[in-house]
Design a protein around this ligand. Structure first.
Ligand code: CA
Length: 245
């Protein structure tokens, strides 16, 4: 039995960063934490590596030679909901929001401390691991079906493609319909850490989620804004049943 080994170590991380000193420093930190790191120095190499191997997480610089980070992110998202942490040198709010809209789960502004990056990596992997535990539960709200164990969301039987963060956000809200969550609570539950100033990222995830679910914020079916507080999920007809039924 090697359960302990597989649950604690040898998670594979694809590190996409063209600045060698940064790449080397980050790889050294991650390897010290027993992660298996594959370094890609440009966007093309990143896409090639991702198509060849399974990765548990991707760290993706935005400004890259050959294929820019935005496009790499889009290509990865076509086939995978692997957690992605985006690195950006710009630091403008708009750039951060763009990263999240592209489907990244988190972002860090350069210069960042490798220690903080490792903390984010750990939080995202922990969350992905918790998400992957079978819960044998399906939530149904009229045409919206949330399959918790299958990690799928369907509207009228049609599967909706959500990122890991969007899925976590939706399941957090929909598990307790009617309960109001503050942005800060959602940051902790969805992003996996407690960090001041990250409430805006929840707004961005909610916006993406609404677009994908076809939920109009002015006339919401499911996701309601609670002004000055946060968000709640609601549905006129609510039922939860076991997937085994
Ligand atoms: Ca770069």
């Amino acid at each position: 039995m090697t359960d302990v080994e597989t649950s604690t170590g040898t998670r594979r991380i694809l590190l996409v960063e063209d600045e060698k000193p940064i790449s080397d420093a980050v790889a050294a930190y991650l390897e010290r934490e027993n992660y298996w790191v594959t370094a890609a120095m440009d966007g093309q190499e990143a896409v090639n590596e991702f198509s060849k191997h399974h990765f548990d997480l991707v760290i993706l610089d935005l400004m890259l030679p050959k294929i820019p980070g935005e496009k790499v992110c889009r290509i990865i998202r076509e086939s995978s909901d692997v957690p992605i942490i985006m690195l950006t040198a710009k630091g403008e709010v708009e750039d951060r929001i763009v990263g999240l809209e592209l489907g990244a789960d988190d972002y860090l502004i350069k210069p960042f401390s490798p220690r903080e990056l490792v903390a984010r990596v750990r939080a995202l992997l922990r969350r992905a691991h918790i998400d992957s535990k079978p819960q044998r539960e399906v939530l149904e709200f009229n045409e919206l079906t949330i399959d918790l164990s299958g990690h799928r969301v369907l509207i009228s039987g049609e599967e909706i493609d959500l990122t890991a963060s969007e899925f976590k956000l939706l399941t957090t809200l929909a598990s307790y319909p009617g309960r109001v969550y503050s942005r800060m609570e959602l940051v902790e539950k969805v992003l996996g850490y407690d960090f001041e100033g990250y409430e805006r990222t929840i707004d961005s995830h909610v916006k993406n989620l609404r677009a994908k679910l076809g939920d109009d914020p002015r006339n919401p079916k499911w996701l309601f804004t609670v002004h000055g507080v946060g968000y709640r999920f609601d549905s006129p007809k609510v039922e939860a049943k076991d997937a085994a039924d």
